[in-house]
Design a protein around this ligand. Structure first.
Ligand code: SAM
Length: 288
C-alpha cells in the first residue's frame, strides 16, 4: 500500500460502519449516531440500507457504492469528502470490506489523505469464531471458496497443512458440496463447526467431525438454508511428529528444485526456524 497523504484538516471523514448480520439490536449506539450525523451514506444496496435507516428513524441521504461502481464512482464520494462532508460507508450486513464492497473507496480515501475511521460492530466471521469452541488464538479467514469444484478443491488442498483454525463463508446452495470436499481433502475426522443464521431465529452452531457434519447437513434440508460460516480445526501433526508449516514446506520445495534433500532441509531450517530433522522427514515423504 502506498503511504497515505497527510490528512487535510478541511476534509470530511470517511466512517466505515458495521451494521447487524441479522438481529437489528446488534447495531451500536455510535453507529446510529454516525449514520444520523454524516452528510451522505455510501451503501452497497441503497434499498436494503433504506430499510435499516427507516427502522431507526434516520433520514440521511444514501448513494450506491457497490462492486460494480465502486472503482469508477469512488471519485464522487472523494469529492464530497474533500469538500468537507463526512460520509459513512455501509454494506448490506456486517462489516464493510469483509467479503463486501468498500476496499477501493477506503484505499482511495486514504491515498487522498482523507481520514478513515472504523465504527466496529457485527461481523459473521468473528461472531462464529467467538462461539465455535475451536482454537481462536490464531485463525485464518478464507472468505468464499471458488464456486466450481476444481477451483474449490485446489484452494482446500493448499490449506491441508494450515495449523490455524480455518474460517470460510459459504452460500447455502453450496454448503453440502463444500463440506464434502472439505471432508475429502482435510480428512473425515477433522473437527468442524457449522455456524448458521447467527443472531437470527434459527441460529445453529453444530460442531462435529467433518464427515459427520456432512451427514448431519445432508439429512436435514433446513441445514442447507440461510447464511452460513464453516470453521475447521487447523492441521495438527501426528503424535511424535513436529508440525511443518505450509510456508516451511513451500520453502523446502523451492530449495529441493536446486539442491539435494539434506542441504535443502538444512537451509530451509535456518530460513523458517523449523527443525532440520522435521524438514528432512517432510522432504522424504514428499519425494515418496
Ligand atoms: N460483511 C459481512 C460480515 O461482516 O460478516 C459478510 C458479507 S458476505 C457478502 C455474506 C456472507 O457472510 C454469508 O454468505 C455468510 O457466509 C456470512 N454471514 C453473514 N451473515 C451471517 C449470519 N447471520 N450467520 C451466518 N453467516 C453469515
Amino acid at each position: 500500500m502506498t503511504a497515505s497523504a497527510p490528512a487535510d484538516s478541511t476534509s470530511g471523514t470517511l466512517y466505515v460502519v458495521a451494521t447487524p448480520i441479522g438481529n437489528l439490536d446488534d447495531i451500536s449506539a455510535r453507529a446510529l449516531k454516525v449514520l444520523k450525523d454524516v452528510a451522505l451514506i455510501a451503501a452497497e444496496d441503497t434499498r436494503h440500507s433504506m430499510r435499516l435507516l427507516q427502522h431507526f428513524g434516520i433520514q440521511t441521504p444514501l448513494a450506491a457504492c457497490h462492486d460494480h461502481n465502486e472503482r469508477d464512482e469512488g471519485g464522487r464520494f472523494l469529492a464530497r469528502l474533500s469538500a468537507g462532508d463526512d460520509v459513512a460507508l455501509v454494506s448490506d450486513a456486517g462489516t464493510p470490506l469483509i467479503s463486501d464492497p468498500g476496499y477501493h473507496l477506503v484505499r482511495q480515501a486514504r491515498e487522498a489523505g482523507i481520514k478513515v475511521v472504523p465504527v466496529p460492530g457485527a461481523c459473521a466471521v468473528i461472531a462464529a469464531l467467538s462461539a465455535a469452541g475451536l482454537p481462536s488464538d490464531r485463525f485464518i479467514f478464507e472468505g468464499f471458496l471458488p464456486a466450481k469444484a476444481v477451483g474449490r478443491r485446489t484452494r482446500l488442498q493448499a490449506l491441508v497443512e494450515e495449523p490455524r483454525t480455518l474460517i470460510f463463508y459459504e452460500a447455502p446452495h453450496r454448503i453440502l458440496e463444500s463440506l464434502k470436499d472439505m471432508a475429502d481433502v482435510f480428512g473425515a475426522d477433522r473437527p468442524a463447526v457449522l455456524a448458521r443464521e447467527l443472531t437470527k431465529t434459527f441460529e445453529t452452531l453444530k460442531g462435529l467431525p467433518l464427515s459427520e457434519l456432512c451427514a448431519f447437513v445432508e439429512a436435514d434440508s433446513n441445514q442447507q438454508r440461510g447464511e452460513c460460516v464453516v470453521l475447521v480445526g487447523g492441521h495438527t501433526a501426528p503424535e511424535g511428529e513436529e508440525a511443518v508449516s505450509a510456508e516451511a514446506l513451500r520453502v523446502l520445495d523451492l530449495l529441493l528444485q536446486e539442491m539435494p534433500l539434506k542441504r535443502a532441509a538444512a537451509l530451509a531450517a535456518s530460513i523458517t526456524g523449523v527443525r532440520k530433522n522435521a524438514l528432512y522427514q517432510a522432504g522424504l515423504e514428499r519425494k515418496s
